[in-house]
Design a protein around this ligand. Structure first.
Ligand SMILES: [Cu+2]
Length: 162
């Protein structure tokens, strides 16, 4: 009996630990607009809160050929964007991509995005101890007319690195 209790205690401790670890990174308000006819790229906004100092290294999604982290910047009075290698996530501070001048661009969509759909995203994050973890999130597809804009979606030219 005593042994069983100890085993249970250990299991609970492990489970709690796993929960804390998975809860290290919180992804909220992930959303994007439904696509207009002919549009094959879409920009996603989301808010990430990491309990420890971390770095967002990249994003994957099965709904497109490539999900890229983009940074917007002003150059010669024009709004441009470029693929970013990483985004710093300070400990305990919510980072909103849009407000930080970033967005996740889904390039080469496999199918049009319709309002009400949920798009699976996997975020690759590097933690303070250099270990990497994947964080799954769902981005909500909102109507094309949704007002809170992640960026000037569909209106911008992308700077190609190649
Ligand atoms: Cu972009």
């Amino acid at each position: 009996m005593h042994m069983l209790f100890r085993l249970c205690g250990l299991l609970i401790a492990l489970l709690l630990n796993a929960n804390v670890y998975a809860g290290d990174i919180l992804v909220e308000d992930a959303w994007l607009r439904a696509t207009a006819p002919g549009q094959d790229a879409a920009s996603v906004d989301l808010t990430i809160t990491s309990s420890q100092q971390a770095v967002l290294l990249g994003v994957f999604s099965e709904v497109c050929k490539a999900a890229e982290l983009h940074r917007m910047f002003q150059e010669g009075g024009m709004m441009k964007m470029r693929e970013a290698k990483a985004l710093e996530l300070p400990a305990g501070k919510p980072v909103n991509l849009g407000k930080s001048g970033y967005h996740v661009m889904l390039v080469g969509l496999n199918a049009p995005l319709k309002a009400g759909e949920k798009i699976p995203l996997t975020l690759m994050v590097k933690l303070a101890d250099n270990s990497k973890m994947k964080v799954n999130a769902l981005a909500e597809v909102r109507p094309l007319t949704a007002t809170k804009a992640p960026s000037n979606q569909g209106e911008h030219e992308h700077m190609r690195m190649d």
